[in-house]
Design a protein around this ligand. Structure first.
Ligand SMILES: [Zn+2]
Length: 413
């Protein structure tokens, strides 16, 4: 039975969003949380971008160590041979890639301005796929950018060419959020049937439908007999109006009326990690979670009006589709209301030891180790410009050697 897999693209589409960004340590923490949640793959960055190299290599090292496992770490590049070559030069141990190229006439003519036609696009893509296999890729997805504005026959031809060259998946990009749930269902089903590859749904929220189109597209793919892969981002953060929100997608697949039985998530996705990852992403991006956000918004389980409050007190099922506990909510959170000692880029060993001691991490016998971890915490702060959260501090204390690598930036080297 075909299943629905999740490929989270927070560390690629999320971070390329205008006015937003994450430090390399924050990107790493997102990968750690996604892994803990049971997400199939994290599109963890840009292998051809030089300032990503150390971060990408360090995260692949974490995968080798078993820390980032079983999650797959996949890179995003353009579907041209030059990008593939640069990728394996800068990040030799990368094994999973998505290769992206525009397929709509609008973009072929609007971006390449007559330098490329439809045939050239397929030639670039297949050349890149061949090169990626030759250089050591273990899985390759091929992305059709602006697929929702691409002529379906050409999209099928593009998908079949990708398949001929051994691509594992075709990514259907609703780049501008142009689809509605009914149109994407039909197209995704036709692609699954005609191309015979698993299909990824990459949907944007320009018309407020990113989650709806993602899950409807996934239904189409499964009805077409193939596995579906939904691209998500934490809190829906992404280009312009954003991407399909990770938590809302999981809720929709597991709770919506039409999904029982045939349309199921692959593997064990742990919804109880939702609260933690949503809160962390909100803090790291410095973007508040909207109060009406599904599952993790401040109002998602709030009731005030007489009839609702009375109903939910008698039986929560009267006005709640699912319980807050399922998302890992309900634990009290400690907020300092008096004196606060923080660890930052100018911290000293005394304050730092105090902070770590509150988390039951002691450096009593190892002053040298404490100084090393403190130095890494200071550097991490230089990148993130905000106090590190407990999980980040614990991560640095546990894997200082890897953290040293992922924090290292060598401009113009
Ligand atoms: Zn996108």
């Amino acid at each position: 039975m075909p299943k629905i897999y999740l490929i989270d693209v927070t560390n690629r589409d999320g971070v390329q969003t205008a006015k937003l960004g994450l430090s390399k340590l924050e990107k790493t923490m997102i990968n750690i949380y996604l892994n803990g949640m049971g997400v199939f793959q994290s599109e963890f960055g840009f292998p051809t971008t030089k300032h990503e190299s150390n971060y990408l290599r360090a995260n692949l090292e974490l995968a080798e160590m078993g820390v980032l496992r079983p999650i797959r770490l996949g890179g995003w590049i353009r579907a041209i041979v030059a990008d593939v070559v640069t990728t394996f030069r800068l990040v030799p141990t990368i094994r999973h890639l998505n290769l992206s190229i525009s397929t709509s006439d609008q973009m072929i003519y609007g971006k390449f301005q007559g330098r490329k036609n439809r045939e050239d696009i397929i030639k670039d893509m297949t050349g890149a796929v061949d090169a990626a296999w030759a250089l050591g890729a273990e899985s390759i997805g091929v992305n059709a950018e602006d697929a929702s504005r691409t002529d379906l026959d050409y999209l099928i031809e593009f998908g079949l060419s990708a398949k001929e060259h051994g691509a594992c998946r075709l990514r259907y990009c609703d780049t501008l959020g142009y689809d509605d749930p009914l149109t994407i269902y039909e197209t995704a089903k036709a692609l699954a049937e005609s191309v015979g590859l698993p299909i990824e749904l990459h949907c944007h929220g320009d018309l407020g439908m990113a989650v709806a189109t993602s899950i409807s597209g996934a239904k189409g793919v499964i009805d077409g007999g193939q596995d579906a892969y939904i691209n998500t981002t934490v809190n829906g953060i992404g280009e312009r109006a954003g991407n399909a929100d990770l938590v809302a997608v999981i809720l929709a697949i597991t709770k919506a009326k039409g999904f029982a039985g045939k349309y199921q998530l692959a593997g064990a996705v742990d919804l109880s990690k939702a609260w933690k990852i949503a809160k962390f992403a909100s803090y790291a991006f410095d973007i508040p979670i909207p109060i009406n956000q599904p599952g993790v918004g401040a109002n998602a389980f709030a009731h005030e009006s007489g009839i609702h409050a009375d109903g939910v007190i008698k039986d929560p099922h009267n006005y709640e589709l699912f319980g807050y506990e399922e998302l890992g909510r309900g634990e009290p959170e400690m907020v300092e209301t008096g004196r606060e000692i923080c660890a930052g880029e100018y911290s000293g060993i005394s304050g730092f030891s105090h902070v770590m001691g509150k988390m039951a991490v002691s450096f009593v016998d190892n002053r040298e180790e404490a100084n090393k971890v403190l130095e890494l915490v200071r550097y991490a702060n230089v990148e993130s410009h905000k106090p590190l959260v407990e999980d980040e501090l614990l991560f640095i204390a546990k894997y200082p050697e890897v953290v040293k690598k992922l924090l290292t930036l060598n401009p113009l080297e």
